[in-house]
Design a protein around this ligand. Structure first.
Ligand code: NAD
Length: 317
């Protein structure tokens, strides 16, 4: 259900995240304007947007007729004047502080009714985003998604301790709930926020296992996919702790933690691969060999877990 008082939503930046947000917003019947730097970017974003909706129909999340209705809620522009009556905005431009702050200045200039500016920044903390900003510094916060945000429900909301006005995190949370998302509000602003911290804690040990000659990358992947990871789509880490009993977990922590990776920088095995140009799928090889691999199958599997999580309140007209 759409949130009362929010009708027109702007998205600044039409790359991977901005375009995916366009799908999420229009799929809930919000009047959505995507602001791009030029007409070339508009054409590229429109193509991606259409492909995202095509995949939604192919995966039976909605009918073609419903997709056509949703798509009518989208406009593109290169002019901030088209956002004059925007109620809130997602900022989804490149991960560079000066570029993001220039966007906020333009919003202050052109959008007199703006209630909330949500940055999707992966790593810039909200106090840095708001630093030096003008009359809207009290309504800038981070709403960090995982790509693609129209499929992956989780968003983490991070406020600036000294700048964000009371009520802004609640408004962001209510708005994201209206988009069928699963928002979490962090109690403090920290590097890596929450999801990335969890993901990279595991990535550090996965690399360590390979680097120490304990197992091949394929086998680490098997361990993750077929042992404990599927559990965490239905119960959480702490639910699992409590279910197993804390004594058991404490004993394992005591015995195992001294042997886990304490790596503080880029692990040597990763650096070696970078130096050899083994960058992953796009160079044909990374930790695994992608030469001749079925990349369409990889793409299908990448999206597969999220389709059952879509329960959108699609606009009827
Ligand atoms: N890609 C991911 O997996 C991911 C996940 C979570 C968060 N993020 C964050 O999302 C943001 C965007 O990342 P992306 O992956 O979509 O990048 P991208 O390179 O696909 O898109 C960036 C967009 O910003 C636009 N842009 C640059 N300067 C602009 C300006 N002055 N005004 C308007 N638009 C401008 C570019 O034209 C481009 O369309 C970054 O802050 C990134 O950290 C990315």
């Amino acid at each position: 259900m759409k949130l009362n008082g929010i009708d027109h939503v702007g998205v600044i930046g039409t790359g991977m995240i901005g375009t995916s947000l366009g799908v999420l917003l229009t799929g809930h019947g919000y009047r959505t304007t995507l602001l791009a730097v030029d007409e070339i970017q508009i054409a590229e974003s429109r193509k991606k947007f259409d492909n995202f909706y095509k995949a939604m129909v192919e995966n039976q999340v909605m009918t073609q007729a419903q997709a056509d209705i949703c798509r009518r809620y989208l406009s593109f522009t290169t002019d901030y004047a088209a956002l004059t009556d925007a109620d809130c905005v997602f900022e989804a431009v490149v991960e560079q502080l000066p570029v993001k702050q220039e966007v906020y200045r333009r919003l202050e200039e052109h959008c007199p009714e703006l209630r909330l500016i949500m940055s999707v920044s992966s790593a810039i903390q909200p106090e840095k985003l708001a630093d030096g900003m003008g009359r809207y510094k009290d309504r800038i916060l981070v709403t960090h998604p995982f790509f693609p945000p129209h499929l992956i429900p989780y968003f983490e909301i991070v406020a600036s301790p000294q700048d964000t006005a009371p009520g802004m995190t609640d408004l962001a949370k209510e708005f994201l709930l209206s988009l069928d998302r699963k928002p979490v509000v962090l109690k403090k602003s920290v590097p890596g926020f929450l999801g990335t911290r969890l993901q990279f804690a595991m990535a550090r040990e996965a690399v360590n296992i390979v680097q120490s000659g304990i197992a091949e990358p394929e086998d680490v992947d098997m361990a993750a996919m077929y042992s404990f990871m599927p559990r965490y789509t239905k119960i959480g880490i702490f639910e699992h702790f409590d279910n197993g009993g804390l004594e058991l977990f404490a004993a394992t922590m005591k015995n195992l933690f001294p042997y886990l990776s304490q790596e503080q920088g880029i692990p040597p095995i990763v650096q070696e691969k970078l130096d050899k140009g083994e960058l992953g799928v796009r160079s044909g090889k990374g930790f695994r060999d992608w030469r001749g691999a079925d990349l369409e199958d990889l793409s299908r599997r990448t999206a597969e877990p999220w389709w059952p999580m879509i329960h959108w309140d699609l606009p009827a007209e």
